[in-house]
Design a protein around this ligand. Structure first.
Ligand code: URA
Length: 259
């Protein structure tokens, strides 16, 4: 495992800035492997170092969280079953043993997918009780109809009789065949089945947010980035209310249409 600076290690796991970390170290409030460490540029092995800040052991947080902008053609599983696994897209320096996709996007769906080795967090996130909001942008085969708003708001019944939780849907400014939908659950092929139940058909689908975690525009399809431990908590926060009504016409619709 590559060595990293002590202040980088601490800033990724806490709310302290590098200058605050320097001050804490000068006051003897940071310890490395049992003794006070005053130099914040000391290189440590993040896998084995024991670090405490103000008496709190922060080294136990060893899990990794990667946000992937999944392209089409990859499967959300750890093995290459029906195509290459999304894990193949994660650069080796970000990959750890035991990583898996926390959740599922269809092979032809693109967008935000969390990859982690933290089983507990994945369980918390995927539990039917969690209701983390997820926003998708959808390209439909037929024009969007305003009646979808009320039908989805009431909780639509799928073709097999399964009932969905209430969901928000809206059209997009730039095309009559583009829509945005927000779900609070994750049934198998749910978005596709919901639009099928109102007589439409999903041609393309991209997930743009998971809870309060929004796919950054700088993260191209197939790219991944490590999330800071403190950012992972955004998963369990509501996205900003205006996200659902934000103008995605330029950015995400272009990606959806062109890929
Ligand atoms: N709903 C779908 O239909 N497919 C996905 O990949 C995600 C949500």
């Amino acid at each position: 495992m590559a060595l990293i600076r002590l202040d980088k290690f601490i800033s990724e796991r806490t709310e302290y800035t590098r200058s605050q970390i320097k001050q804490l170290a000068a006051k003897g409030q940071i310890s490395l492997n049992g003794s006070a460490e005053k130099k914040t540029d000391t290189k440590i092995d993040p896998e084995t170092a024991s670090v405490t800040v103000c008496g709190k052991d922060i080294s136990a947080q060893r899990h990794r969280y990667i946000l992937l902008n999944k392209p089409q053609g990859y499967v959300s599983s750890t093995e290459d079953t029906d195509g290459p696994s999304v894990l193949e897209l994660i650069p080796p320096e970000l990959r750890t043993k035991g990583m898996f996709p926390a959740g599922r996007l269809d092979k032809d769906t693109t967008g935000a997918l969390l990859i982690t080795d933290d089983g507990e967090l994945a369980h918390r996130m995927l539990s039917p009780k969690s209701h983390i909001p997820k926003i998708y942008i959808v390209k439909l085969a037929r024009p969007y109809e305003n009646k979808y708003v009320d039908i989805f708001k009431k909780g639509i019944k799928l073709a097999n009789g399964e009932a969905c939780l209430p969901a928000r849907v809206r059209s997009m400014e730039n095309s009559e065949k583009l829509a945005l939908i927000e779900l609070h659950e994750g049934k198998y092929h749910q978005v596709k089945r919901m639009f099928a139940a109102v007589g439409n058909h999903v041609q393309k689908l991209m997930r743009i947010s998971l809870g309060g975690l929004i796919l950054p525009e700088k993260l191209g399809l197939g790219q991944s980035m490590e999330l800071l431990h403190k950012d992972v908590e955004n998963l369990f926060k509501e996205p900003p209310e205006d996200l659902f009504f934000a103008d995605f016409s330029d950015f995400f619709s272009a990606i959806l249409i062109n890929n």
